[in-house]
Design a protein around this ligand. Structure first.
Ligand code: PMP
Length: 310
Protein backbone atom coordinates (compact mmCIF):
# COMPACT_ATOMS: atom_id res chain seq x y z
CA UNK A 1 0.00 0.00 0.00
CA UNK A 2 1.37 3.39 -1.02
CA UNK A 3 0.03 6.58 0.57
CA UNK A 4 -0.02 9.73 -1.55
CA UNK A 5 1.12 11.79 1.40
CA UNK A 6 1.58 11.45 5.14
CA UNK A 7 -1.93 12.73 5.89
CA UNK A 8 -3.42 9.75 4.08
CA UNK A 9 -1.64 7.54 6.60
CA UNK A 10 -3.34 9.30 9.53
CA UNK A 11 -5.63 7.51 11.99
CA UNK A 12 -6.59 3.82 12.12
CA UNK A 13 -4.63 3.63 15.38
CA UNK A 14 -4.58 0.37 17.34
CA UNK A 15 -6.95 -0.43 20.20
CA UNK A 16 -4.88 -2.29 22.77
CA UNK A 17 -6.13 -4.36 25.71
CA UNK A 18 -4.43 -3.44 28.98
CA UNK A 19 -3.23 -6.54 30.78
CA UNK A 20 -1.13 -5.72 33.85
CA UNK A 21 -3.15 -2.59 34.52
CA UNK A 22 -6.44 -4.48 34.43
CA UNK A 23 -7.70 -5.94 37.69
CA UNK A 24 -9.42 -9.19 38.54
CA UNK A 25 -13.17 -8.68 38.76
CA UNK A 26 -12.97 -5.45 36.71
CA UNK A 27 -14.07 -4.68 33.17
CA UNK A 28 -11.47 -5.07 30.42
CA UNK A 29 -9.81 -1.77 29.45
CA UNK A 30 -9.11 -1.06 25.77
CA UNK A 31 -6.82 1.87 25.03
CA UNK A 32 -6.61 3.59 21.64
CA UNK A 33 -2.94 4.37 21.15
CA UNK A 34 -2.68 7.76 19.44
CA UNK A 35 1.03 7.94 20.21
CA UNK A 36 1.60 5.96 17.02
CA UNK A 37 -0.60 8.25 14.97
CA UNK A 38 1.02 10.44 12.32
CA UNK A 39 2.30 13.48 14.22
CA UNK A 40 2.43 11.53 17.49
CA UNK A 41 -0.97 12.53 18.86
CA UNK A 42 -4.72 12.47 18.42
CA UNK A 43 -4.60 16.15 17.42
CA UNK A 44 -3.37 15.50 13.87
CA UNK A 45 -6.92 14.30 13.19
CA UNK A 46 -8.49 17.55 14.38
CA UNK A 47 -5.90 19.70 12.61
CA UNK A 48 -6.62 17.95 9.33
CA UNK A 49 -10.39 18.13 9.77
CA UNK A 50 -10.36 21.86 10.60
CA UNK A 51 -8.06 22.78 7.69
CA UNK A 52 -9.73 20.47 5.18
CA UNK A 53 -13.19 21.82 5.99
CA UNK A 54 -11.99 25.44 5.93
CA UNK A 55 -10.61 24.75 2.44
CA UNK A 56 -13.91 23.21 1.35
CA UNK A 57 -15.79 26.27 2.65
CA UNK A 58 -13.44 28.50 0.63
CA UNK A 59 -11.99 30.15 3.73
CA UNK A 60 -8.35 29.53 2.79
CA UNK A 61 -6.14 30.89 0.00
CA UNK A 62 -2.60 29.83 -0.91
CA UNK A 63 -1.21 32.79 1.07
CA UNK A 64 -3.33 32.12 4.17
CA UNK A 65 -1.55 32.10 7.53
CA UNK A 66 -2.92 29.60 10.03
CA UNK A 67 -2.75 31.00 13.58
CA UNK A 68 -3.82 28.89 16.55
CA UNK A 69 -3.75 29.27 20.33
CA UNK A 70 -2.98 25.84 21.82
CA UNK A 71 -1.46 24.11 24.81
CA UNK A 72 0.64 22.05 22.46
CA UNK A 73 -0.44 19.06 20.46
CA UNK A 74 -2.91 20.96 18.31
CA UNK A 75 -0.04 23.23 17.29
CA UNK A 76 2.12 20.26 16.30
CA UNK A 77 -0.78 18.77 14.31
CA UNK A 78 -1.47 22.05 12.53
CA UNK A 79 2.22 22.63 11.79
CA UNK A 80 2.34 19.15 10.21
CA UNK A 81 -0.83 19.65 8.15
CA UNK A 82 0.36 23.09 7.02
CA UNK A 83 3.75 21.64 6.04
CA UNK A 84 2.02 19.15 3.73
CA UNK A 85 -0.47 21.66 2.36
CA UNK A 86 1.98 24.56 2.03
CA UNK A 87 0.37 27.10 4.38
CA UNK A 88 2.32 29.32 6.78
CA UNK A 89 1.50 28.56 10.42
CA UNK A 90 1.98 30.55 13.64
CA UNK A 91 1.30 28.71 16.87
CA UNK A 92 0.65 30.59 20.14
CA UNK A 93 1.39 28.55 23.26
CA UNK A 94 1.98 28.96 27.00
CA UNK A 95 5.59 28.78 28.20
CA UNK A 96 4.45 26.12 30.69
CA UNK A 97 4.08 23.44 28.02
CA UNK A 98 7.05 21.15 27.40
CA UNK A 99 9.95 22.55 25.39
CA UNK A 100 9.66 19.50 23.09
CA UNK A 101 6.29 20.81 21.89
CA UNK A 102 7.81 24.15 20.90
CA UNK A 103 10.71 22.46 19.15
CA UNK A 104 8.42 20.10 17.26
CA UNK A 105 6.23 22.95 16.02
CA UNK A 106 9.35 24.79 14.78
CA UNK A 107 10.75 21.59 13.31
CA UNK A 108 7.62 21.22 11.15
CA UNK A 109 8.36 24.73 9.89
CA UNK A 110 5.84 26.81 11.84
CA UNK A 111 6.55 29.90 13.98
CA UNK A 112 5.99 29.77 17.73
CA UNK A 113 4.70 32.68 19.78
CA UNK A 114 5.12 32.14 23.52
CA UNK A 115 2.81 33.60 26.19
CA UNK A 116 3.93 33.59 29.82
CA UNK A 117 1.97 31.37 32.21
CA UNK A 118 2.22 32.83 35.71
CA UNK A 119 0.50 29.83 37.29
CA UNK A 120 -3.02 30.50 36.05
CA UNK A 121 -3.33 28.34 32.92
CA UNK A 122 -6.87 29.62 32.25
CA UNK A 123 -5.64 33.23 32.11
CA UNK A 124 -2.72 32.23 29.92
CA UNK A 125 -4.89 30.31 27.43
CA UNK A 126 -7.26 33.32 27.33
CA UNK A 127 -4.24 35.54 26.50
CA UNK A 128 -3.17 33.09 23.75
CA UNK A 129 -6.69 33.28 22.29
CA UNK A 130 -6.73 37.10 22.51
CA UNK A 131 -3.33 37.26 20.75
CA UNK A 132 -4.68 35.12 17.89
CA UNK A 133 -7.75 37.36 17.62
CA UNK A 134 -5.54 40.48 17.47
CA UNK A 135 -3.43 38.93 14.71
CA UNK A 136 -6.58 38.06 12.73
CA UNK A 137 -7.88 41.62 13.11
CA UNK A 138 -4.59 43.07 11.86
CA UNK A 139 -3.95 40.79 8.86
CA UNK A 140 -6.67 39.53 6.48
CA UNK A 141 -4.50 36.54 5.50
CA UNK A 142 -4.78 35.15 9.03
CA UNK A 143 -7.18 32.26 9.61
CA UNK A 144 -7.72 31.02 13.17
CA UNK A 145 -9.30 27.52 13.30
CA UNK A 146 -10.02 28.07 17.04
CA UNK A 147 -10.16 24.48 18.22
CA UNK A 148 -12.10 25.37 21.38
CA UNK A 149 -15.07 26.59 19.29
CA UNK A 150 -14.65 24.75 16.00
CA UNK A 151 -17.21 21.98 15.45
CA UNK A 152 -14.85 20.31 12.98
CA UNK A 153 -12.69 19.44 15.98
CA UNK A 154 -15.64 17.50 17.41
CA UNK A 155 -16.51 16.02 14.00
CA UNK A 156 -12.97 14.60 13.61
CA UNK A 157 -13.67 12.48 16.67
CA UNK A 158 -17.26 11.71 15.81
CA UNK A 159 -16.57 10.48 12.29
CA UNK A 160 -13.06 9.08 12.66
CA UNK A 161 -11.89 8.34 16.23
CA UNK A 162 -15.29 7.02 17.35
CA UNK A 163 -16.02 5.03 14.21
CA UNK A 164 -12.62 3.36 14.40
CA UNK A 165 -13.37 2.37 18.00
CA UNK A 166 -16.80 0.88 17.29
CA UNK A 167 -15.44 -0.97 14.27
CA UNK A 168 -12.68 -2.52 16.37
CA UNK A 169 -14.71 -3.52 19.43
CA UNK A 170 -16.82 -6.61 19.04
CA UNK A 171 -19.93 -6.25 21.15
CA UNK A 172 -21.13 -3.34 23.24
CA UNK A 173 -18.98 -0.71 24.93
CA UNK A 174 -20.09 -0.18 28.54
CA UNK A 175 -17.80 2.63 29.60
CA UNK A 176 -15.74 5.46 28.09
CA UNK A 177 -13.70 8.16 29.77
CA UNK A 178 -11.57 11.05 28.57
CA UNK A 179 -9.82 14.11 29.92
CA UNK A 180 -10.98 17.42 28.50
CA UNK A 181 -8.86 19.96 26.67
CA UNK A 182 -11.18 21.32 24.01
CA UNK A 183 -13.75 18.63 24.79
CA UNK A 184 -13.62 17.45 21.17
CA UNK A 185 -12.71 13.87 22.08
CA UNK A 186 -15.29 13.28 24.78
CA UNK A 187 -18.06 15.05 22.86
CA UNK A 188 -17.40 13.45 19.47
CA UNK A 189 -16.68 9.92 20.67
CA UNK A 190 -19.38 10.22 23.35
CA UNK A 191 -22.09 11.23 20.88
CA UNK A 192 -21.48 8.16 18.72
CA UNK A 193 -21.20 5.77 21.67
CA UNK A 194 -24.42 7.07 23.29
CA UNK A 195 -26.23 6.69 19.98
CA UNK A 196 -25.08 3.08 19.52
CA UNK A 197 -25.03 2.04 23.17
CA UNK A 198 -27.49 4.25 25.11
CA UNK A 199 -26.48 2.66 28.43
CA UNK A 200 -22.77 3.43 28.05
CA UNK A 201 -21.37 5.23 31.10
CA UNK A 202 -19.21 8.20 30.13
CA UNK A 203 -16.87 9.95 32.54
CA UNK A 204 -15.27 13.37 32.03
CA UNK A 205 -11.85 13.39 33.66
CA UNK A 206 -10.30 16.47 35.27
CA UNK A 207 -6.94 17.22 36.89
CA UNK A 208 -7.31 17.79 40.63
CA UNK A 209 -5.90 21.31 40.34
CA UNK A 210 -8.09 22.32 37.39
CA UNK A 211 -11.41 20.64 38.19
CA UNK A 212 -13.45 23.42 36.64
CA UNK A 213 -16.46 21.25 35.68
CA UNK A 214 -16.62 20.15 39.30
CA UNK A 215 -16.64 23.79 40.44
CA UNK A 216 -13.00 23.74 41.56
CA UNK A 217 -10.34 26.42 41.13
CA UNK A 218 -7.61 26.59 38.52
CA UNK A 219 -4.01 26.08 39.49
CA UNK A 220 -0.92 24.70 37.90
CA UNK A 221 -0.93 21.02 37.13
CA UNK A 222 1.17 18.56 35.16
CA UNK A 223 -1.52 16.94 33.00
CA UNK A 224 -0.62 18.81 29.82
CA UNK A 225 -3.33 19.05 27.18
CA UNK A 226 -6.28 18.84 29.57
CA UNK A 227 -7.60 21.13 32.31
CA UNK A 228 -6.95 24.35 30.40
CA UNK A 229 -9.07 26.34 32.86
CA UNK A 230 -12.01 27.08 30.61
CA UNK A 231 -15.27 25.40 29.67
CA UNK A 232 -14.89 25.02 25.90
CA UNK A 233 -17.76 26.02 23.63
CA UNK A 234 -17.74 22.68 21.78
CA UNK A 235 -17.89 20.59 24.97
CA UNK A 236 -21.19 18.73 25.02
CA UNK A 237 -22.03 19.10 28.68
CA UNK A 238 -24.86 16.56 28.38
CA UNK A 239 -22.60 13.78 27.17
CA UNK A 240 -20.92 12.70 30.40
CA UNK A 241 -22.65 10.92 33.24
CA UNK A 242 -20.05 11.64 35.87
CA UNK A 243 -16.80 13.47 36.51
CA UNK A 244 -13.66 11.78 37.77
CA UNK A 245 -10.84 13.79 39.35
CA UNK A 246 -7.25 12.57 39.03
CA UNK A 247 -4.22 13.97 40.87
CA UNK A 248 -0.93 14.75 39.11
CA UNK A 249 0.75 12.02 41.10
CA UNK A 250 -1.73 9.34 40.00
CA UNK A 251 -1.56 10.52 36.38
CA UNK A 252 2.27 10.39 36.39
CA UNK A 253 2.40 7.01 38.17
CA UNK A 254 -0.11 5.53 35.72
CA UNK A 255 1.70 6.96 32.66
CA UNK A 256 4.94 5.41 33.95
CA UNK A 257 3.16 2.10 34.61
CA UNK A 258 1.83 2.15 31.04
CA UNK A 259 5.43 2.18 29.78
CA UNK A 260 6.84 -0.25 32.35
CA UNK A 261 4.05 -2.81 32.49
CA UNK A 262 2.35 -2.50 29.12
CA UNK A 263 5.14 -1.17 26.88
CA UNK A 264 3.01 1.84 25.99
CA UNK A 265 5.06 5.03 25.82
CA UNK A 266 2.63 7.89 26.25
CA UNK A 267 2.08 11.31 27.81
CA UNK A 268 0.75 12.30 31.22
CA UNK A 269 -2.89 12.71 30.11
CA UNK A 270 -2.80 9.06 28.98
CA UNK A 271 -2.03 8.27 32.61
CA UNK A 272 -4.98 10.45 33.61
CA UNK A 273 -7.30 8.60 31.24
CA UNK A 274 -6.14 5.14 32.28
CA UNK A 275 -6.29 6.00 36.00
CA UNK A 276 -9.94 6.98 35.46
CA UNK A 277 -10.59 3.96 33.22
CA UNK A 278 -9.38 1.65 36.00
CA UNK A 279 -11.90 3.18 38.41
CA UNK A 280 -14.66 2.94 35.84
CA UNK A 281 -13.68 -0.70 35.10
CA UNK A 282 -13.85 -1.49 38.82
CA UNK A 283 -17.30 0.08 39.02
CA UNK A 284 -18.68 -1.72 35.96
CA UNK A 285 -17.18 -5.11 36.87
CA UNK A 286 -16.10 -8.26 35.05
CA UNK A 287 -17.40 -9.04 31.59
CA UNK A 288 -17.78 -5.37 30.63
CA UNK A 289 -15.69 -3.22 28.28
CA UNK A 290 -14.22 0.21 29.00
CA UNK A 291 -12.54 2.23 26.27
CA UNK A 292 -10.22 5.20 26.64
CA UNK A 293 -7.59 7.06 24.61
CA UNK A 294 -3.85 7.41 25.02
CA UNK A 295 -3.77 10.87 23.36
CA UNK A 296 -0.04 11.25 22.65
CA UNK A 297 3.45 9.76 22.69
CA UNK A 298 5.69 10.04 25.73
CA UNK A 299 8.56 11.29 23.58
CA UNK A 300 7.43 14.90 23.96
CA UNK A 301 7.87 14.74 27.76
CA UNK A 302 11.61 14.07 28.16
CA UNK A 303 12.10 17.45 29.85
CA UNK A 304 9.13 17.04 32.22
CA UNK A 305 8.42 15.38 35.57
CA UNK A 306 7.32 12.24 33.69
CA UNK A 307 10.99 11.42 33.04
CA UNK A 308 12.36 12.85 36.32
CA UNK A 309 15.10 10.68 37.75
CA UNK A 310 15.89 8.96 34.46
N1 PMP B 1 -4.32 14.93 26.06
C1 PMP B 1 -3.43 15.62 25.33
C2 PMP B 1 -1.98 15.32 25.50
C3 PMP B 1 -3.87 16.62 24.45
O1 PMP B 1 -2.97 17.33 23.74
C4 PMP B 1 -5.26 16.88 24.33
C5 PMP B 1 -5.72 17.97 23.40
N2 PMP B 1 -5.67 19.25 23.97
C6 PMP B 1 -6.14 16.16 25.13
C7 PMP B 1 -5.64 15.15 25.96
C8 PMP B 1 -7.62 16.45 25.17
O2 PMP B 1 -8.29 16.32 23.98
P1 PMP B 1 -9.54 17.25 23.60
O3 PMP B 1 -8.97 18.57 23.17
O4 PMP B 1 -10.19 16.53 22.49
O5 PMP B 1 -10.43 17.40 24.78
Amino acid sequence: MIYDNVLDAMGRTPLIRLNSLSEEGSAQILAKYEGVNVGGSVKTRTAWQMIDQAEKRGQLKPDSIIVEPTSGNQGIGLALVCAVKGYAARIIMPDSVSVERRKLVRHYGADVIIVHDDGDIGKCIAECIATAERMAAEDPRVYVPQQFENEDNLFAHKYHTALEIVEDVEGPIHGFCSGIGTGGTISGVGQILKRLYPDVEIWAVEPENAAILSGGGIGTHLQMGIGDGLIPAILDQEIYDDICIISDEEALDTARALARKEGLLCGVSSGTNVAAARRLARKLGAGKTVVTLLPDTGERYFSTELFDGE
